[in-house]
Design a binder for this molecule. Structure first.
Ligand code: SAH
Length: 375
């Protein structure tokens, strides 16, 4: 199988799709470009290149794309700069809230009608934005709602960044209970397989991390990229010099079961995925996170906990157990509490750090695996 995951070709029926069918290209936006690229674009349009930095400061520093407020830019240039650098990328279709307004799921319509969702979660000490990297997903994991409709298309860098900026704006405007705040963490755990949209995702991470006016100025340590385990792309990510946290959706310690739960396992096996994860940990000195959705009587047996502990022992790793969230049409449910407790106990006894993830956003279908973007 070719490793060129971004080279479009027609998928055969039932085949995993890494590439998106070509649809209208999203409008170009300053967040797609680095600071030098923006200056070049503005210069080529016959405007002073430094205007690019001014507009970038408005967008990333003040979170403003309202050209009428750019008072340091001559009024006659504002409209053209806005057209070049901050065209509208997406419209909110609906916002659902839970936890007294501290969990908010937004459904966005992109320029070509594609739909994606993002989720803001405010905790006492931090705010996490869960963002989508693709409209739909081609990975076809049977327990995840996003995969059921397949992949629509990749998001552009700016479409990813804009989800974070939109959350930051809500916090800035005081729309989220708890007073004005900032986005501290970004997790690529919304719709899509981030490493199947590698270039746009890595560029989005750069925009999040770069200091204003180039970017939002977040810490790379607050960013998590979650993957089904596209081994060549994990290796590429290890070489980017970006110390983001890598999360691997393992869900089974053995190939027989993982082949069915995470179909891409038929291409890259558990041992290969874990070897790539340890390479990532060695290159970045960052603890890798292993995601494991606990599914009643499917992957929650004691022997699987022991096998998982055996495969992870002694590594720079942390296990995140996720009680399975319900999805339409699935017979599977979360593990019994006693089985979950036993799973945790066996991992701990095996010397592996483990936490159970909260199920925030469940009641608004905003939790892990529930994003389906139905209008
Ligand atoms: N495609 C990436 C990003 C999605 S992250 C990945 O798979 O890692 C979303 C996380 O939630 C993944 O670990 C995914 O396997 C998990 N998930 C999917 N469906 C779920 C469900 N119904 N209940 C709990 N977790 C689920």
């Amino acid at each position: 199988m070719t490793e060129d995951l971004e080279n479009p070709r027609r998928p055969r029926p039932g085949e995993l799709t890494f590439t998106s069918p070509r649809r209208g290209k999203p409008p170009g936006h300053l967040a797609d470009l680095d600071a030098a690229g923006r200056r070049e674009l503005v210069g080529a349009a016959g405007l002073p290149a430094f205007r690019a930095d001014q507009v970038s400061r408005h967008y990333f520093g003040r979170l403003s794309d309202d050209a009428s407020a750019w008072t340091d830019v001559p009024a006659a240039q504002r409209e053209e700069l806005a057209r070049l650098l901050t065209p509208p990328l997406m419209d909110p279709v609906r916002e659902l809230t839970a936890d007294r307004g501290t969990t908010r799921k937004t459904l966005w319509r992109l320029h070509d009608g594609a739909l994606v969702e993002s989720v803001l979660m405010r905790y006492p000490d931090r705010v996490t934005m869960c963002v989508s990297s693709q409209a739909g997903c081609g990975m076809n994991c049977p327990f995840c709602a996003t995969g059921q409709a397949g992949l629509t298309r990749n998001l552009s860098t700016a479409e990813i960044v804009e989800q974070v900026v939109a959350g930051a704006r809500q916090l800035q405007h005081g729309d989220v209970p708890g007073g004005p705040g900032r986005v501290n963490n970004v997790v690529f755990m919304g719709m899509g397989e981030p490493l199947a949209n590698y270039k746009a995702v890595v560029a989005a991470v750069r925009r999040l991390v770069e200091k204003s006016p180039a970017g939002l100025g977040m810490s790379a340590r607050g960013i998590t990229v979650s993957t089904v385990g596209l081994v060549p792309r994990i290796k590429d990510l290890a070489g980017e010099g970006l110390p983001v946290t890598l999360a691997v959706s393992l869900h089974a310690p053995d190939d027989e079961l993982r082949d069915t739960l995470v179909p891409v396992n038929t291409r890259w096996k558990v041992a290969e995925v874990l070897a790539a994860a340890w390479e990532y940990a060695a290159a970045t000195k960052r603890r890798v996170s292993i995601e494991y959705a606990l599914i009643k009587d499917v992957n929650d047996q004691s022997w699987r906990a022991d096998l998982l502990a055996k495969r992870l022992r002694g590594k720079l790793v942390h296990v995140n157990l996720i009680p399975l969230n319900p999805t339409p049409g699935s017979q599977w449910t979360a593990s019994r509490p006693e089985d979950e407790r036993e799973f945790v106990r066996r991992l701990e006894a095996g010397g592996v750090a483990v936490t159970v993830r909260d199920t925030r956003g469940r009641e608004i279908d905003g939790a892990c695996g529930q994003l389906a973007a139905a209008p």
